[in-house]
Write a protein that binds this ligand. Structure first.
Ligand code: SF4
Length: 245
């Protein structure tokens, strides 16, 4: 069933004034299984899952599995499922679109050009994410303002207009920085991706994300062959383009 939610503009202001745990509690108490944390199991997502497990009557976690993630990320998903007693809902690329793309351009098309990288992200990430979004009225993300220049004005609550209707998009930890997330995860013994210990600061598909150096932007390790250090425009499309496909 797709979104039929009606959104009161005052509600968004109220949500923006709430703290992370209150936001998570509101999402699941008010919208039940029409709320979901859509996570790629980076540090913020893991912290939010832990927080929500303490306040949500029932927790729903969804992910986009591009089929090209690091083995460490797949192992972490299993750990999270076991720790919180949940089944992560995995949205994978459409097999026909994937086959067509690989037949035409090969498995490593993203090295060729930015349009081909964007095509790959569209097939493996954006379209499966749209399918996930069609199942929620409240989309809870791990976006943070300190991730990049592009994300520096991320709101804790906003409305996304999809072609099938509006969705409330929450970023409960938008105001936190990586040190605060790390502190939370350590204090609560939250399982996190071991790739952070290898210098990764942003973790996506195995080939397309690499470790960063201390002076680089957090998303500098993404698609490094296009743009070595700047975080400008380093987005896959999930959070930047209209996701109505
Ligand atoms: Fe494809 Fe790389 Fe985008 Fe993953 S991050 S979907 S492999 S281009």
């Amino acid at each position: 069933m797709e979104s039929t939610v009606e959104i009161d503009p005052n509600l968004i202001n109220q949500l923006n004034a709430m703290g992370p745990e209150a936001l998570l509690a509101w999402a699941f108490e008010t919208h039940g299984d029409r709320a979901g944390i859509i996570s790629s199991f980076q540090d913020t997502g893991c912290a939010m899952i832990d927080m929500a497990s303490g306040v949500a009557p029932e927790l729903r976690v969804l992910t986009v599995d591009t089929l090209r993630l690091h083995s460490e990320t797949y192992a972490l998903m299993d750990k999270i499922e076991a720790r919180y007693g949940i089944e992560v809902e995995r949205f994978t690329p459409d097999p026909d679109r994937l086959r067509k793309m690989i037949n035409q351009h090969g498995l490593y098309l993203f090295f060729d050009s930015e349009p081909k990288q964007e095509y790959c992200c569209q097939v493996r990430k954006v379209e499966p994410n749209v399918r996930a979004l069609r199942t929620v009225d409240v989309w809870i993300t791990g976006l943070r303002r300190d991730h990049s220049n592009l994300r520096s004005d991320t709101s804790k609550a906003t409305v996304v207009q999809e072609e099938w209707g509006p969705i409330i998009k929450l970023a409960p930890l938008a105001e936190w920085d990586s040190a605060r997330v790390l502190k939370y995860n350590e204090a609560h013994n939250v399982p996190i991706n071991p790739l952070y210990a290898q210098g990764y600061t942003s973790i996506g598909c195995a080939v397309c994300s690499t470790p960063t150096l201390p002076w680089e932007d957090k998303r500098a390790g993404r698609w490094r062959w296009f743009n070595a250090t700047s975080d400008d425009d380093k987005e896959c499309g999930i959070h930047t383009q209209g996701s109505g496909i």
